[in-house]
Design a protein around this ligand. Structure first.
Ligand code: THU
Length: 160
């Protein structure tokens, strides 16, 4: 038997420690939570994506009475960015969420597995790491690339 360990490098910052770009992206992600459509979960998520040319686009979770038809904020933002600017790489994604009481979560919001998979595909597509910033009022997590959020992953190399 072999013990394989995967190291997941995460840096935690306080809001005071953010640089100007990070601050701007966070403000967009927080704003996007107010445009969420979440009548079923009452959990409002916002995601903001920073493109390589400095453009910022955002998205929010969009729910549906047929639950699986809804989409998370992260994928809404990523798919929008890639459909609007198909030739522009993505440098960074930030997400924030408000709980059923309307308060931003204490813990950094954790993207679901499907959103991690889409982040990974986007990273591979442009051959450029996507920095991920996960907001919580108690601290903000940063990872330098999407693969750090999905250490054992499926990708196109299996399909060859
Ligand atoms: N959700 C997101 O949009 N992003 C996440 O990172 C976690 C979950 C959404 C999906 C659903 O609309 C609601 O939050 C509750 O799961």
């Amino acid at each position: 038997m072999k013990d394989l360990s995967f190291n997941v490098p995460v840096v935690m910052k306080t809001e005071d420690e953010l640089n100007e770009t990070e601050r701007a992206l966070l403000a967009e992600a927080k704003q996007a939570t107010y445009r969420s459509y979440a009548p079923y979960s009452n959990f409002s998520v916002g995601a903001a994506v920073l493109l390589a040319d400095g453009t910022i686009v955002s998205g929010s979770n969009q729910e549906n009475s047929a639950y699986p038809s809804g989409l998370c904020a992260e994928r809404t933002a990523l798919f929008y960015a890639n459909s609007r600017y198909p030739d522009t790489a993505i440098d960074m994604l930030c997400c924030a969420a408000r709980d059923v009481h309307g308060n931003f979560t204490l813990r950094p919001i954790a993207p679901c597995g499907s959103c991690r998979q889409v982040l990974l595909e986007t990273e591979t597509r442009f051959g450029r790491p996507i920095r991920v910033m996960l907001y919580g009022t108690e601290g903000i997590y940063f990872v330098d690339r999407a693969t750090h959020l999905l250490p054992v992953y499926f990708d196109a190399s299996y399909l060859k």
